[in-house]
Design a protein around this ligand. Structure first.
Ligand code: AQP
Length: 321
């Protein structure tokens, strides 16, 4: 089973990125042939400063390794080090009906946020399809926001196979974990780097982390009144870092009343701080060892490229190029 996923170096990773994609990817590296990459070509749609992009790529590589990505078990590379992906993206573009892309909500979302409507932003899901199909991927761990893009990938692969030959491209399955399908941000919308509502997994200081957690929106129920734990952002965030027993205790306390939201936020802050403490320690060591990080990415690119060549040769042969 090949597992594949990617993450954009468009800023520091947050709880949504971690619980939606990084943590499941790390867990899955025990169960199959794991392929993970840093999507720098994708980040070009929003990050236009080359120095910032380079720094983000390096930081994200360190973050992912600190969180438990094991280069002995996973192939880990930077997207642009395997340029065959852009070749496949073009070939797939030629089988992708415009209607598929016009339906994608993420493009409309980004435009609404004020990102300039480039062709890259519009065609982004085709590059994403190429990312996945270039490696014969079977399983793709992602957050719920990527569900539509995964469906598009499957549809594009089917179109390609219908036109050029059955079984040429492997049809992948998304894997979306219920508990972290959409991690809420400070304002209750999806946590996102571009909504300015995120809690980074490695906030600079404990004080900053606490301050952010204290900003999570809540309703105006008085301290003494019972509170509804259903659909509470606080419960959703706590579930990510607490045991089921601890979550049940918080839910009971909500229903009983007599405790203010500030108290729950303090528990969430401590849960996040403790969850990431060992990773933060590992990160500090990795920051000092850039030769190791470079070596991991170079090695990963070599392995990923060998697989990519196999698939691109098969595809070129099929289309007549
Ligand atoms: N809030 C979230 N809940 C669950 N999963 C999430 N992911 C992102 N936000 C949440 C998952 O993280 C993976 C990598 O995402 P990405 O950085 O490549 O792009 P994104 O989905 O667009 O994440 P952001 O933070 O919203 O980035 P910007 O603002 O740059 O667009 C994906 O698997 C995603 O599902």
């Amino acid at each position: 089973m090949r597992i594949l996923s990617g993450i954009q170096p468009s800023g520091r990773p947050h709880l949504g990125n971690y619980f939606g994609m990084m943590q499941p990817s790390i867990l899955l590296q025990e169960q199959g042939d794991a392929f993970y990459f840093i999507a720098d070509y994708h980040a070009l749609t929003s990050t236009h400063d080359p120095e910032v992009l380079r720094q983000n790529v390096r930081d994200l590589a360190i973050d992912f390794l600190a969180c438990g990505l094991d280069p002995e078990k996973s192939t880990f590379w930077v997207q642009s080090d395997v340029p065959e992906v852009t070749e496949l993206a073009w070939i797939l573009s030629c089988v992708t009906p415009m209607g598929f892309l016009e339906r994608c909500v993420s493009y409309k979302d980004k435009i609404a946020q004020g990102i300039s409507p480039s062709h890259g932003l519009f065609a982004y899901p085709v590059l994403q399809a190429a990312d996945i199909l270039l490696f014969d991927s079977n399983v793709v761990p992602v957050g719920k926001d990527q569900k539509q893009h995964l469906e598009l990938t499957r549809d594009v692969a089917s179109k390609f196979n219908d036109r050029y030959g059955e079984d040429l491209l492997v049809i992948p399955e998304p894997q979306i974990r219920e508990v972290a399908a959409t991690v809420p941000g400070l304002d209750g919308r999806k946590m996102s780097k571009s909504y300015d509502n995120s809690i980074e997994i490695f906030e600079e200081t404990e004080k900053k982390l606490r301050k952010k957690v204290m900003k999570i929106v809540t309703d105006t129920t008085a301290v003494e009144d019972p509170k509804d734990p259903t659909d509470s952002y606080l419960i959703q965030l706590y579930s990510l870092v607490a045991t089921p027993e601890e979550v049940a205790e918080m839910e009971d306390s909500f229903r009983a009343g007599g405790t203010g939201y500030g108290h729950y936020k303090q528990q969430i802050f401590e849960g996040i701080r403790d969850h990431f403490a060992p990773m933060r320690e590992k990160r500090e060591k990795l920051v000092e060892d850039s030769a190791y990080v470079d070596g991991v990415l170079e090695d990963g690119a070599r392995k990923a490229r060998a697989k990519a060549r196999e698939v691109i040769d098969r595809v070129r042969n099929a289309v007549g190029c």
